[in-house]
Design a binder for this molecule. Structure first.
Ligand SMILES: C[S@@+](CC[C@H](N)C(=O)[O-])C[C@H]1O[C@@H](n2cnc3c(N)ncnc32)[C@H](O)[C@@H]1O
Length: 288
């Protein structure tokens, strides 16, 4: 049966929306489901979850999980185009995060002169720069660059490659990214070529690839995935870093910050800072 692409929108108060997002994260059948959560109306405390299921089963499961939160108003809209994600994202304005300016071809000539400009075409990959987690990573990285550079950088869960490409465009000699999704790897390598940089992307689960091992140890690791895989990857990430190396973690909700931070503290990292954006948290930790 062909799947008619859908967007599922759920609106409700912040606490309920965050609990629903936690439930999506914790649901084994929804591993890898694409969704975002943001504040829609601060005065009325309306938060909104937008989910983009890629199969009929995922769509049904998302609606079942959301139905456990009766205070949420849930609607499902059919999307006409098969390339639904590109359609949803086309026309999005460019994003400014720290010294970075992320834009797509549809933004034409609107590039500023005093920023590091990253041309990112998302296709069906995650990472246009609009999501709170990507912005958090770019902001954290931009702030770190004020004090030091990073020769070797690894980006686990590269999506469009935006983070490794940001590194490659700011002095990193070796920028490597991995993704568990073959489309994302292809799109990341295309984006690297579009940006005329030497970031390389490989298909891998976490850090499990010859190229990742070959270029280790790293000065900086980005990992913008989800809370649970971030915790599982805490040891491999530690192993891949130089002493004093930094990790920028994102993809976790604010409500999951303590859980992820504790996992890294127990592996010999120290806390440097966090950035909160929408319901999302970005953590910077250092291997001691
Ligand atoms: C939230 S997106 C982040 C994309 C991009 N790094 C950014 O910051 O915008 C997470 C990406 O991680 C990938 N991913 C999820 N689990 C993974 C794993 N175990 N190993 C490698 N990539 C993974 C997904 O396919 C997705 O492209």
């Amino acid at each position: 049966m062909t799947y008619n692409p859908q967007q599922i929108i759920a609106r409700g108060p912040r606490l309920i929306s965050e609990s629903a997002a936690d439930a999506i994260d914790g649901d084994l059948l929804l591993e890898g489901a694409t969704y975002s959560i943001l504040e829609e109306d601060e005065d009325r405390d309306v938060w909104r979850i937008d989910a983009f299921p890629t199969t009929e089963e995922e769509s049904t499961r998302l609606q079942e999980v959301l139905a456990n939160f009766p205070q949420l108003v849930v609607i499902a809209e059919q999307l006409a185009d098969a390339d639904w994600l590109a359609m949803a994202l086309s026309g999005l304005p460019p994003v400014r995060a720290g010294r970075f300016f992320v834009y797509g071809i549809h933004d034409g000539g609107k590039k500023p002169h005093n920023t590091v400009n990253l041309r990112i075409e998302a296709g069906a990959a995650f990472g246009t720069g609009h999501h709170g987690t990507t912005v958090g990573c770019l902001q954290a990285y931009s702030d770190l660059l004020k004090k030091r550079g990073f020769k070797r950088v690894l980006d686990v869960g590269a999506g469009t490659g935006v983070l490794a490409i940001a590194a490659a465009k700011t002095g990193t000699k070796t920028a490597v990214g991995t993704d568990i999704d073959a489309n994302s790897v292809r799109i990341s390598n295309e984006n690297s070529a579009l940006n005329k940089c030497n970031a390389r992307f490989v298909y891998a689960n976490g850090l499990d690839h010859r190229l990742v091992r070959q270029d280790a140890p790293y000065d900086l690791v980005f990992a913008n995935i989800l809370a649970r895989p971030l915790v599982s990857l805490s040891m491999p990430i530690r192993g891949a870093l130089k002493p004093g190396g930094l990790v920028i973690l994102s993809g976790l909700l604010r409500t999951q910050e303590r859980f992820v931070k504790a996992a890294y503290l127990s592996k010999g990292f120290r806390f440097i800072r966090h950035i909160h954006r929408d319901a999302w948290c970005t953590l910077v930790m250092q291997k001691v």
